[in-house]
Ligand binder design. Structure first.
Ligand SMILES: [Ca+2]
Ligand SMILES: [Ca+2]
Ligand SMILES: [Zn+2]
Length: 433
């Protein structure tokens, strides 16, 4: 069945509703682009042009790699676990659900809030890689193909977790190590779970586990992470997912509480006072506001407690049940507010690759990731760009089609309203196409 809901412009239907037969998510409606005469593509004009580019086992070299999957009748996938085309549908649907959650709950149109959809680079490399990642350089999610006879990682919570890295990278801008690195992973688990609840998919039913649908899953349990109780040595752990344990347990305490629930047990650390949860909606709004307004690159556990208390006070008033529950939920994981909150850095922060490679005649783009701990507007500049490439100074997007081979040393600057500046150099190698 095909339900045409798009608007016909000069005879071209831009958005239509197709049916995707995913494995993880079952049979779901998906929005696609196209019309019956020419066929359909996995591009969603109703959600900022969310797009799948399928690399069919190849390696990633640029954001225009791979092909956009097409379909003649707008009925996609087979529902078979190890079918790469079906894995595309699971990823695409998960991205649509992430878009809807951010827009409907937080009035945020996309990761940067600028209406730009998500790019999903799928079926990259070997199935045995079994990886899912987010790359700030292309603002894209990278996903391995499903192994033969096995299940992909393209579940709602994993895809939304990766997109959650995009969100935190453009807001809090967490440092990638120690407690801030742990909070980065925890924030993605929280976003992934909030999207899973919002999607309310009948096959992948909502829960507080991460990646329960993939082989070897769940990867993490928010009620009972590998390390759920904070201690001063936690930051030394070499896996930031483990360092994030107390933060995902904090969220579980805040939303559900410490009582035994259908999701399992989540006792407070050191036998502390019981916590009564305030539900996902309030807990999610508090986390989102803390992440996007109050958290900064060097936020640690003491800072996360402070940021979520501020967020709860902003939204629901200081001293109310929401603020008291935030404090109680942090107490429950051993973050009791006795340690000092580190001072936030001043001025813009920039994250960028050390080097880029592109070819003459091949369109490309790269993002410079700039955040500001005081949430000031930042102007980005670039000198030494290879011919054919230009910068959008407001977004940090460098784009174009290189025309001249060579090795270029590009100097990037970010300047805030107060005149604070940060500078980075990038080597940009342009080879003949
Ligand atoms: Ca689930
Ligand atoms: Ca889950
Ligand atoms: Zn992650």
């Amino acid at each position: 069945m095909l339900v045409v809901t798009g608007v016909a412009t000069a005879g071209v239907v831009t958005r239509v509703t197709g049916i995707g037969d995913g494995y993880h998510s079952g049979s779901v409606p998906i929005a696609t682009r196209g019309e019956p005469r020419t066929g359909y593509t996995l591009v969603d004009p109703s959600r900022g042009n969310i797009e799948v580019r399928d690399l069919n086992g190849g390696l990633f070299s640029g954001p225009y790699d791979g092909v956009q999957p097409t379909d003649a009748d707008n009925r996609w996938g087979t529902g078979v676990a190890d079918d790469p085309a079906t894995a595309n549908i699971d990823a695409y649907y998960a991205a649509e659900m992430t878009w809807d959650y951010l827009l409907r709950t937080h009035a945020r149109a996309g990761l940067a809030g600028d209406g730009t959809g998500f790019l999903l680079m799928t079926n990259i490399g070997e199935a045995s890689d079994r990886t899912a990642s987010y790359q700030a350089d292309c603002r894209c999610v990278m996903l391995s193909p499903p192994p033969a006879g096995d299940r992909s990682m393209n579940t709602i919570d994993i895809v939304a977790h990766e997109l959650g890295h995009g969100l935190s990278g453009l807001t809090a801008g967490f440092d990638n190590w120690g407690e801030s690195g742990g909070l980065n992973e925890a924030s993605s688990d929280i976003i992934g779970t909030l999207v899973e609840f919002a999607a309310a998919n009948p096959k992948d039913t909502p829960d507080y586990t991460i990646g329960e649908g993939t082989t070897g899953g769940p990867l993490r349990r928010m009620n009972a992470p590998e390390t759920g109780c904070w201690d001063p040595t936690l930051a030394d752990h070499d896996d930031t997912h483990v360092i994030g344990g107390p933060a995902i347990k904090f969220f579980y305490q805040l939303a559900v509480g410490s009582v035994s629930a259908r999701w399992g047990d989540s006792p407070t650390c050191d036998g502390g006072p019981a916590v009564t949860g305030i539900g996902n909606d309030k807990a999610g709004r508090i986390w989102y506001r803390a992440l996007t307004v109050h958290m900064v690159p060097n936020t640690d556990y003491a800072g996360a407690r402070d940021a979520t208390l501020r967020a709860a006070a902003d939204l629901y008033g200081a001293g109310g049940v929401e603020s008291r529950t935030v404090a109680a939920a942090w107490d429950a994981v051993g973050v009791d507010g006795s340690r000092p909150v580190p001072a936030a850095p001043t001025g813009p922060r920039m994250k960028v690759s050390f080097s880029w490679w592109d070819s003459v005649g091949t369109p490309t783009y790269h993002y410079v990731q700039v955040t500001h701990p005081q949430r000031q507007k930042v102007q980005i500049g670039a000198t030494g760009l290879p011919p054919g490439l230009r910068l959008d100074p407001g977004t940090g997007r460098l784009h174009g089609t290189p025309t001249t081979a060579g090795e270029y040393l590009v100097t990037l600057t970010a300047t805030d309203a107060a005149g604070n500046t940060v500078t980075r150099e990038v080597t940009w190698d342009i080879t003949t196409g």
